[in-house]
Design a protein around this ligand. Structure first.
Ligand SMILES: [Zn+2]
Length: 472
């Protein structure tokens, strides 16, 4: 009954000091490392703040793609039982970072700079290794209790400090964030181990391990060219001559592999480019790519053009691109999803709904489509069917607050107030807001209209959540 998000919230609250003098109880501080549950709770709490920050990309298609690559690496990690969550950060610097509990953030700048999927995977492999080798957990266990807690509050500050957000947080906080992030910097031994493990993950997962020294070398050259604007990756994981040489030695004996990039690698990059800056400039960029055949992947160039045209509200030309894409054959959930978005943007709601209904069986894992399909069903007055679609998706992901929000909307349309507020309570839990969740459950109980079974599950849930409240 208790969802994953609720148990993470409980663990995060257990870490959270109720009063300033009541520091988080991390159990045996002499332990060499945090337990997986403690680690995940710290990471979940940091993640909750990242989700609320403007840097959070919040694009399920990008996250799903990163997860596909990330899980290929996790799957070949010996003894990796940790959960992992991969997500995009809107930031042009070339960077990726791992947080406790396997939360791995990837900057859009890294996605756009990597010249191949193996290069991207080489950075992800390094970050996955920091997690599986417990570098973070060990480092946190060595800190004072109060700084461990600060670490959780810090992710957002570090994000703001790394991007353009000095203004967003104030210089003092930025300096504190920098000081703490320096204290939490990985040692050279950690970096060497992450490279060593990362290379072996790359090879085992079927990527080209030679992509790693190539990418590091490119970063290093870039930093020599641009003295002030060194790619951030070099600051958090310093790329030294020694490190590049070390990685070159490690891959020396490994065979070269021609690994074709997936279509999604190109589609994700095209989407990020098409959604950057002025829509008209984006159209010009992709028009040029298509006209001069200056692209790594033709399908993705046309996809990017279509995204840019829809953004620029040039529906006539967008229609031509979308039709051509359908004629050539839909090969990815991202393309299928774009057709639906195009029809919605055209104002053709019935057409969009019919399209999603025809595609959802082919791409059942595509979260962007699940959200859009459920929303379209609700709009069309078919909320009951939306509930069914959402129920299936929830079996796979209990931390996804957006599913609960859509479910609440569907129940609201159906006039089921008790169930609506029960869903809103779960959405609040996913957002880490326990008091609000309790409030919604109380409203749900008073709303009436629920049958006996529904009301008793709401009561049970309310008791559970109240027990999670920290003592006053
Ligand atoms: Zn590193």
């Amino acid at each position: 009954m208790r969802t994953l998000a609720a148990s993470l919230l409980a663990a995060a609250l257990a870490l959270h000091p109720a009063r300033a003098d009541d520091l988080p109880d991390l159990g045996d501080v002499s332990a060499a490392t945090l337990s997986p549950a403690q680690e995940r709770a710290i990471g979940w709490n940091a993640m909750r703040q990242i989700r609320a920050s403007p840097s959070y990309l919040d694009d399920p298609e990008v996250d799903d793609y990163l997860a596909t690559i990330g899980w290929r690496l996790v799957a070949v990690s010996p003894g990796a039982r940790t959960q992992f969550t991969f997500f995009g950060i809107r930031d042009n610097s070339v960077n990726a970072f791992a947080m406790p509990g396997g939360y791995i953030g990837v900057h859009t700048g890294l996605l756009l700079t990597a010249q191949s999927e193996s290069e991207l995977a080489s950075v992800l492999g390094h970050e996955v290794a920091h997690v599986t080798q417990k570098h973070l957990a060990r480092m946190l266990a060595q800190q004072n209790k109060d700084s461990v807690w600060t670490m959780a509050a810090l992710a957002l500050a570090i994000l703001a400090a790394r991007s353009n957000g000095q203004a967003a947080m104030g210089a003092v906080l930025a300096a504190q964030a920098q000081a703490l992030s320096n204290r939490l910097a990985f040692s050279r031994d950690n970096e060497r181990e992450a490279d060593r493990v990362g290379v072996s993950l790359l090879a085992k997962a079927g990527f080209d391990p030679h992509a790693m020294p190539v990418f590091l070398d490119r970063l290093q050259r870039a930093s020599r060219l641009y003295e002030t604007g060194a790619p951030t990756y070099m600051r958090s994981h310093p790329v030294t001559y020694e490190r590049v040489a070390d990685v070159q030695n490690r891959v020396f004996d490994l065979p070269y592999r021609q690994v074709p990039d997936s279509l999604e690698f190109h589609l994700v990059r095209a989407k990020l480019r098409a959604e950057q800056g002025d829509p008209r400039d984006a159209v010009t960029t992709f028009d040029e790519q298509v006209r001069e055949r200056k692209f790594a992947n033709e399908t993705a160039a046309h996809y990017g053009l279509a995204v840019a045209l829809i953004r620029a509200k040039d529906m006539k030309r967008a229609a031509v691109e979308i039709e051509a894409m359908q004629r050539a054959g839909i090969e990815s959930g991202m393309q299928a999803s774009l057709v639906g978005r195009f029809r919605t943007a055209q104002g053709d709601r019935a057409g969009a709904l019919a399209w999603y209904a025809s595609q959802i069986k082919t791409w059942p894992q595509h979260r962007g489509m699940v959200y859009a399909y459920a929303a379209a069903l609700i709009d069309a007055g078919r909320a009951g069917e939306a509930v069914d679609v959402l129920d299936v998706a929830m079996l796979k992901d209990q931390e996804d607050g957006r599913l609960y929000e859509l479910q609440a909307k569907a129940y609201s349309t159906l006039g089921k107030a008790a169930l609506q507020h029960r869903s809103l309570a779960e959405a609040s839990i996913a957002a880490g807001n326990l008091p609000l969740a309790i409030e919604h459950l109380q409203i749900a109980l008073n709303a009436g209209g629920g049958d006996f079974y529904t009301l008793s599950t709401i009561e049970a849930r309310l008791r559970e959540l109240k027990a999670l409240q920290p003592p006053r």
